[in-house]
Design a protein around this ligand. Structure first.
Ligand code: ZN
Length: 150
C-alpha cells in the first residue's frame, strides 16, 4: 500500500479538489481536447497567446481522475507566461520524470510537478498524468482535435 500512498501525495489531492484555472475560457486562441479511454479521463485545454507568442492564459475543463486533474491544474499554472517552445520543453522534462528517465527532485524547474513522479510505478497512470500535456501540445500546434492516449 505504500506505493499508493506515495502516488497520492497531499499536493496532488489538493490540486484535484481545488483545481486552478478550471473553467471555460472566453478569448482562447488555441484549444484541444484529450481523451484517455483507459481511465475515462476527458479534458479540454484552452490557451490564449499574446502577439509575442507567450501564453497569457491557460484554462481547462475536465472529467477525470485525481491524477489527470491535478496534472492539468499544475500545468495551467506553470505554462502561463511561457512561450510555446518553453511550454513544450517543460513537457519534455515532465515526461522524462513520469516515465522514469529522470529522477524525482533532479530538476528544480519542475517544482510541484515533481509530486506526480509516483506514477512511474503505474504505467496506466502515466497516461493520466500526461493527458493534459498532450492536449496542450496539440492546441499549440493548432490541432483543434481530440488527442487519444490509446
Ligand atoms: Zn486517469
Amino acid at each position: 500500500m505504500n506505493d499508493l500512498v506515495d502516488l497520492y501525495q497531499d499536493v496532488i489531492l489538493e490540486h484535484s479538489r481545488h483545481p486552478r484555472n478550471f473553467g471555460p475560457c472566453e478569448h482562447a486562441t488555441h484549444t484541444a481536447r484529450g481523451n484517455n479511454p483507459l481511465c475515462g479521463d476527458r479534458i479540454s485545454v484552452c490557451l490564449t497567446l499574446d502577439e509575442a507568442g507567450r501564453i497569457e492564459d491557460a484554462r481547462f475543463e475536465a472529467k477525470g481522475c485525481a491524477i489527470s486533474v491535478a496534472s492539468a491544474s499544475m500545468m495551467t499554472e506553470m505554462i502561463r507566461g511561457k512561450t510555446a517552445a518553453e511550454a513544450k520543453s517543460l513537457f519534455d522534462r515532465f515526461h522524462k520524470l513520469v516515465t522514469g528517465k529522470s529522477e524525482p527532485g533532479a530538476d528544480e524547474t519542475l517544482a510541484e510537478l515533481d509530486s506526480l513522479s509516483g506514477v512511474r510505478a503505474f504505467p496506466t497512470r502515466i497516461k493520466c498524468a500526461t493527458l493534459p500535456w498532450h492536449a496542450m501540445t496539440a492546441a499549440l500546434e493548432g490541432k483543434d482535435e481530440e488527442v487519444k492516449t490509446e
